[in-house]
Design a binder for this molecule. Structure first.
Ligand code: ATP
Length: 249
């Protein structure tokens, strides 16, 4: 869900990012911030030399930075998420078009992608992040709360986080924070859906014989929301800890 500049909101927004040409001939050119033109390559025979025009909610070109894209497309998204609603972002494009770069990016020269930036803003916006193991996922996108005694015992069994990530510039933009009267916990899960199979990428037992470890996607009978059955949900207390889980997945 994202809000338009006029304050109205839309349930779906499609934006386009044009990757750098790197000296190569490009068939894609930006017309303005909403239209993209596709032109056949030189020496390519077409019936009537037509250029094709495509309209998007927004178009970014090679001069737009990761930061520009995050601030234009993801801020409302994060706000929606921390207000308790679902948000989904996905990238789509041919191989080498920049999906991984846009989502993950790299730490150098402020090229950090949408995922680490989103995590930065989420962690800055959440008040009172609880010590681990107080909230316990119920495996259906919900949670239970356990006593401090039980949580303390369980905390002793979880490994301390280790960090291998490089130093990076942190996304500093702020969004609407939750009220201080709330308590929060953040859990990460990471799945891959490939050829109708669903794999838990945080499962240490995931082997090459993946076919046998495919998870089931179910609908919760009460909330009517979809969830993946029996996947690992790892509790994290900081943005770096969350990114570390992602890198291990
Ligand atoms: N906007 C951009 N600015 C700078 N470099 C970019 C940009 N988009 C893509 N690249 C570079 O182009 C290369 C290919 O991009 P990337 O790996 O993100 O593609 P992909 O769509 O994820 O490909 P695949 O589907 O094969 O995984 C990478 O070296 C990446 O750093």
């Amino acid at each position: 869900m994202s809000a338009n500049q006029d304050g109205s909101s839309k349930s779906l927004e499609v934006v386009c990012r044009i990757a750098p040409k790197n000296g190569k001939e490009s068939c894609v050119s930006l017309v303005d911030d909403r239209y993209v033109k596709l032109i056949a390559p030189t020496n390519y025979v077409t019936r009537n030399n037509d250029a094709f025009l495509f309209k998007f909610d927004c178009v970014f070109d090679e001069n737009d930075t990761q930061r520009d894209i995050f601030r234009r497309c993801l801020l409302d998204f994060v706000e929606n998420l921390i207000s308790g609603n679902d948000s989904l972002l996905f990238t789509y494009g041919v191989t080498g078009s920049g999906k991984t770069f846009t989502m993950t990016g790299n730490a150098e020269s402020d090229n950090s992608g949408l995922l680490p930036r989103t995590l930065d803003v989420i962690f800055r916006s959440l008040p009172n992040i609880m010590e681990k193991c107080i909230f316990k996922p119920n495996g259906r996108n919900g949670f239970a709360i356990q006593t401090e005694e039980k949580a303390q015992l369980e905390r002793r069994t979880i490994p301390l986080p280790s960090y291998s990530i490089a130093k990076r510039l942190v996304e500093t933009v702020a969004t609407k924070s939750l009220s201080n009267s709330r308590c929060c916990a953040v859990f990460i899960s990471y799945i891959e859906i490939y050829n109708d199979m669903c794999y838990d990428l945080l499962d240490e037992n995931l082997t090459d014989e993946r076919l046998f470890t495919s998870k089931n996607i179910r609908i919760d009978s009460v909330t009517r929301k979809a969830y993946v059955e029996k996947i690992k949900e790892v509790e994290v207390e900081s943005c770096d800890e969350a990114i570390e889980q992602f890198l291990q997945g």
